[in-house]
Design a protein around this ligand. Structure first.
Ligand code: CIR
Length: 253
């Protein structure tokens, strides 16, 4: 069984954190409709949802990915880089407790799950405005017993590492080369986004398919040309909150 933790869009989403985007009004009811369609896409790809209720005082709490990193053997509960997001983690820890042993990142470490990309036993962590070297060191030490190697990657031009790269098949990564040098990923095959769609590198990979925003048609064609099944969702309102598709779920088996 593949599980997906999701959380309903907060009524406070218009007070979300923004780093690279300017604030534009988010239509709450449309955002919720889009989020339901995203959840339906997860279900259509075989996920059993673990839907958490709305957190009305936590604007960014729909972006559950940032609160944890779930691996096969253990889950890390993060310490998000934005102080406003730290109260999001206890409820995610509670939701994960039945499924995994938990390890908590401690101060002064900060890390958002959006900065963590696992490829096999390699864990890449973006050093960004949200995630720091202290967290990388804690992760390397905590995960070493299971054979994970943790690699830090400087992220300058986007919010999170996974704004610039995500996995789209066992041997393939989708990358925005303007934000990240793909050479660091060794033997993986690199698919470059279409340069006209700079936020197009973020996908949710499930088996032979990806969940993907409707707004990147050029890159979508590149993925399909590689034999990847693309399940599109309109997440336009969540993108205004600087979110994307990976950030709205925590997937694990
Ligand atoms: C934030 O700035 O924290 C939120 N407004 C957006 C977080 C998106 N998270 C992600 O892509 N992993």
């Amino acid at each position: 069984m593949r599980y997906a933790i999701t959380r309903a869009v907060s009524s406070a989403i218009n007070q979300c954190e923004l780093t690279h985007f300017s604030r534009t009004p988010i239509d709450l009811s449309l955002a919720r409709k889009q989020h339901h369609a995203y959840e339906a896409a997860l279900q259509s790809l075989g996920c059993q949802l673990i839907p958490l209720p709305e957190e009305p005082t936590l604007p960014d709490s729909v972006f559950v990915e940032d609160a944890a990193v779930v691996l096969d053997e253990v889950a890390l509960i993060t310490r998000p880089g934005a102080a406003s997001r730290r109260p999001e983690t206890p409820s995610i820890a509670a939701a994960l407790t039945p499924y995994r042993k938990l390890i908590e990142i401690q101060s002064p470490g900060t890390v958002d799950g959006g900065d963590v990309l696992r490829v096999g036993k390699s864990i890449y962590v973006g050093l960004s405005s949200r995630s720091n070297q202290e967290a990388v060191e804690q992760m390397a030490k905590a995960l070493q017993p299971w054979g994970y190697r943790v690699h830090a990657i400087q992220v300058n031009d986007c919010l999170h590492l996974k704004s610039a790269v995500t996995q789209v098949a066992a041997d393939k990564l989708l990358v925005n080369p303007a934000w990240l040098d793909p050479a660091i990923f060794g033997d993986m095959q690199i698919i470059e986004i279409d340069p006209s769609e700079e936020y197009a590198a973020n996908t949710v990979w499930i088996d032979d398919a990806v969940i993907y925003p409707t707004c990147y048609p050029q890159t979508q064609r590149k993925l399909e040309a590689q034999g990847i099944r693309v399940c599109t969702v309109d997440v336009g309102e969540l993108i205004k909150a600087e979110g994307a598709v990976t950030c709205c779920s925590l997937l694990f088996v």
